[in-house]
Design a protein around this ligand. Structure first.
Ligand SMILES: *Cc1c(COP(=O)(O)O)cnc(C)c1O
Length: 400
């Protein structure tokens, strides 16, 4: 049996079957290209689900991780000081609305922590009934029980009911709906400034501003989930910047450590000051290797010309996607390097054809192909994508 066949067979024999993977095995990456064990190249429009912001094989990222490994110190837990964690916290606070940061290990964990922070502030204030959490249609906040409860998708929730109580769903981008669901019992309002998993839906500035006003009026914490859309992906550092409003808490994760697992909760002093030692924690929180990697990523995103590059290539991508002019496409939307095309045909047909053409693509929602590549991708790769998508879409019949 070939090594590739052996890997695929072992996966099916021993892995809990929660994922359907294509029939190749990825072995290495360079820049924005991944190679499988047969040496076939794939231009990566997925980036490990909007994670690998600096692509593959970034020299500085590699040096930072190796240097930390060389100290022998990978993990000491949150019981002790290490250097990089407060440096990263300062870097994120200096460049956002936030006064304080907390680090964890994933997006879902950042959302869970954010909900606890909001709950703790209400508790300290003696607001015992303030426990409702508002989220919005098509939103996605993670798979753990608290995050799942505010991810209003029947397919994800149904087998795991009962859900954590208190979750209320409003309609995304509908101010009237938000007014109906946010009230004095609302402890937190959670929203993605651009919905990723739900199908690349961009929040309007009016909607985000209305949420800010409603949260202020009712003493609720406004939580922006920028786990997918934040940290440079839109061409702004933060996806909410364009709207001119700030949250009380922001959750980050996916791209933050360039591919290592991490999550972050950024927050105001008003909320952070309600938290005391022992209120929250995680064994792996703020690990030295991950923090050093994240510093490289954040500094790079902040470096001269980086965000301009994302904005420029993002605009070019939107422009070229809009020109595709295929009868299968019903909408093109997004911002920066977070784009989606809505299709009349099953996205899986396009994703699967992409593999044959040496493209990694991923769907989102029920009928969207989303493009969330490494942020270092260039116009040449956009041209390649458009040529290949044109061929793929022409090769698919209407009734497929
Ligand atoms: C991926 C994602 C999450 C969950 O992150 P995990 O690291 O998979 O737990 C939460 N919110 C948004 C917007 C995401 O894209």
């Amino acid at each position: 049996m070939s090594q590739k066949a052996e890997t695929i067979q072992k996966d099916s024999a021993y892995s809990v079957p929660v994922a359907a993977r294509p029939e190749f095995v990825l072995a290495r990456g360079e820049g924005v290209t991944l190679y499988d064990t047969d040496g076939k190249a794939y231009t990566d429009w997925v980036a490990g689900i909007a994670v690998n912001a600096l692509g593959y094989g970034d020299a500085e990222l590699k040096a930072a991780v190796s240097a930390q490994m060389d100290t022998g110190l990978l993990h000491v837990s949150g019981l002790y000081h290490t250097q990089a964690m407060p440096e990263l916290a300062q870097l994120l606070c200096d460049n956002s609305f936030a006064d304080k940061a907390y680090f964890c290990n994933s997006g879902a964990e950042a959302i869970e922590g954010a909900l606890k922070f909001a709950r703790k502030r209400a508790y300290v204030n003696g607001d015992v009934n303030k426990t409702k959490v508002v989220s919005f249609s098509e939103g996605f906040h993670g798979r753990t029980m608290g995050a799942l409860a505010i991810t209003p998708k029947e397919k994800y929730q149904q087998p795991f009911k009962p859900m954590v109580p208190g979750a209320i769903v409003g309609e995304f981008n509908n101010v009237e709906s938000a007014k109906e669901v946010i009230d004095a019992d609302t402890v937190a309002v959670v929203v993605e400034p651009i919905q990723g998993e739900g199908g690349i839906h961009v929040a309007t500035a009016e909607f985000l501003a209305a949420l800010r006003q409603l949260c202020d009026a009712h003493g609720a914490a406004l939580i922006f989930d920028e786990i997918q859309c934040g940290l440079g992906r839109t061409g702004d550092l933060w996806a909410h910047s364009f709207a001119g409003v700030s949250p009380d808490i922001m959750a980050l994760a996916k791209p933050l450590a360039g591919g290592l697992p991490v999550g972050a909760i950024l927050t105001s002093d008003a909320i952070a000051s309600a938290m005391s030692p022992g209120d929250h924690g995680s064994t792996f929180s703020g690990g030295a290797v991950v923090m050093r990697a994240a510093k490289v990523v954040v500094n790079r995103v902040l470096s001269d010309g980086f965000l301009e590059h994302v904005a420029e290539v993002g605009e070019y991508l939107m422009e070229r996607l809009s020109e595709l002019n295929s009868p299968h496409i019903t909408d093109v939307r997004g911002r920066g390097l977070m784009a989606g095309i809505e299709l009349k045909i099953p996205p899986a047909s396009v994703v699967n054809a992409g593999y044959e053409h040496g493209l990694l693509l991923v769907s989102s929602g029920s009928n969207v192909i989303r493009f969330v590549p490494p942020l270092i991708i260039g116009k040449a790769e956009v041209d390649e994508l458009i040529d290949k998508l044109t061929a793929i879409l022409e090769g698919i019949d209407d009734d497929s």
